[in-house]
Design a protein around this ligand. Structure first.
Ligand SMILES: C[S@@+](CC[C@H](N)C(=O)[O-])C[C@H]1O[C@@H](n2cnc3c(N)ncnc32)[C@H](O)[C@@H]1O
Length: 413
């Protein structure tokens, strides 16, 4: 393409958002986002796939291709911007799929190593649902650029805007150090969603155990910031699962201490780099790298924590990032469980009300006809539906032993 043809493109585009370097020393007249691209991408993407949502004229898609990305897809709902992005990809000789599509319709494009969603979330009506969806489309890193309520902005105009949004709390909150800033998600007077960093932190730490690390970087725009969300990647996941008081912790304690019998039953050697955690540990340990995870899981969690259904337990989001998945399910008759719950309650010198309430609830679940079986049935269905190989261990006698599904179900019925 000659210089005149490129000048024609520059003249014809209605409004430029991004500065893009072109041949003949030419640039598009938009915002220079190269600092941000340098912080998002490594220097060599080594064939990684990239999805750029709300790509505008395509700057980040080009930046990814320049860094040796493999498949790159840019989507935008603005036809003018997309048409220009396509023309520029020809100028730059880059093979990129540019598609006219909304952020609401990206799921069918598949999974990408990098997913970028910069400066879009405040334009949509349901950002929370979109973030959940984008996490599931990400193999390595999801990058969000988000509108903040501007607590740290030094300019007085913002201070006034905060006052309008939050009353006198605005200026007050603005003066807080970042560690004390509040977790806020608000819709401002223009109908835009604004989220503080603390809110994003709470959201990912409490809702997504499939996220390993969350980092923030400053945006080149005032009152915006970027969240870099790195997804976990497990080669193997084993559930050591069963109801409250069945003896999972003891089982896990023996596993950690190298007990041969338990290691053989779970087909797991601690020397092979396994980490053992409870669902609670997992929720409290963002930033901890895990490769092979044995997860001690209480199948009563949805009852005790009011999730009702395993699908809503944030700890179980971990299964989405695991390659090989096996669920070991500990079983024993309900009478044994009831007596264990009573034993635990009696072991408290002064049981608190919440201990008593929990024990009452568990005794109800274990002793009402059919309820324990129903609990196991729904856990087994969940595991099978999510691609787990399911194995059963009978722990009703001193020596635990592997048993068939048929025997296991008979034991808990
Ligand atoms: C503010 S620009 C940001 C461009 C680019 N992501 C960046 O940060 O440099 C927002 C872009 O998102 C597009 N956009 C807005 N709402 C969208 C939606 N629901 N789905 C896809 N793109 C959208 C707009 O057309 C526009 O090109």
């Amino acid at each position: 393409m000659n210089k005149d043809e490129i000048l024609e493109i520059l003249k014809e585009h209605p409004s430029w958002y991004q500065k893009i370097r072109l041949p003949f020393g030419l640039d598009t007249p938009g915002r220079d986002r190269s600092q941000i691209a340098n912080q998002i991408f490594p220097t060599d993407l080594d064939g990684a796939s990239v999805l750029d949502i709300g790509c505008a004229e395509g700057y980040f898609s080009f930046a990814a291709k320049e860094r040796n990305a493999g498949r790159v897809v840019g989507v935008d709902i603005d036809g003018d911007r997309l048409a220009t992005a396509i023309r520029l990809s020809r100028v730059l000789g880059m093979d990129i799929e540019f598609l006219k599509r909304s952020v609401l319709d990206v799921s069918e494009l598949g999974v990408f190593d990098y997913v970028l969603c910069l400066n879009i979330l405040h334009h949509v009506t349901d950002p929370i649902n979109i973030i959940h969806k984008l996490v599931n489309m990400t193999r390595k890193k999801l990058v969000l650029e988000i509108g903040d309520i501007g607590l740290k902005s030094p300019d007085i105009g913002r201070l006034r805007a905060n006052k309008a949004l939050l009353g006198w709390w605005g200026p007050l909150l603005k003066s807080l150090p970042s560690a004390l800033q509040p977790s806020i998600l608000v819709v401002n007077s223009r109908g835009r969603f604004l989220m503080t960093r603390k809110w994003i932190e709470h959201f990912f730490h409490n809702q997504h155990c499939d996220v390993e690390r969350l980092e923030f970087i400053n945006s080149d725009r005032p009152n915006r910031y970027l969240a870099l969300v790195s997804r976990r990647n497990l080669t193997a996941l084993r559930f050591v699962s069963g109801p409250s008081s069945i003896g999972k912790s003891e089982f896990v304690r023996r596993l950690k201490s190298g007990d041969l019998e338990v290691s053989q039953l779970l087909d797991l050697n601690m020397q092979d780099g396994w980490q053992v955690m409870t669902a609670l540990d997992l929720q409290k340990s963002p930033g901890v790298e895990v490769n092979k995870l044995a997860l001690e899981y209480n199948i009563c969690r949805p009852i005790l924590r009011r999730y009702r259904d395993y699908e809503f337990d944030p700890a179980l989001t971990i299964e989405r990032v695991a390659d090989k998945k096996t669920a070991y399910i500990l079983v024993c008759p309900s009478e044994y469980l009831v007596s264990r719950v009573k034993e635990v309650l009696n072991s408290y010198w002064l049981p608190m009300r919440r201990h008593k309430r929990r024990a009452e609830r568990l005794i109800f679940e274990y002793s009402q006809p059919g309820r324990l079986r129903k609990l196991y049935d729904s856990w087994i269905s969940y595991c099978k539906a999510h691609g787990f190989e399911v194995r059963y261990i009978d722990v009703s006698s001193r020596k635990a032993k592997a048993i068939t599904e048929e025997l296991a179900l008979k034991l808990v019925s």
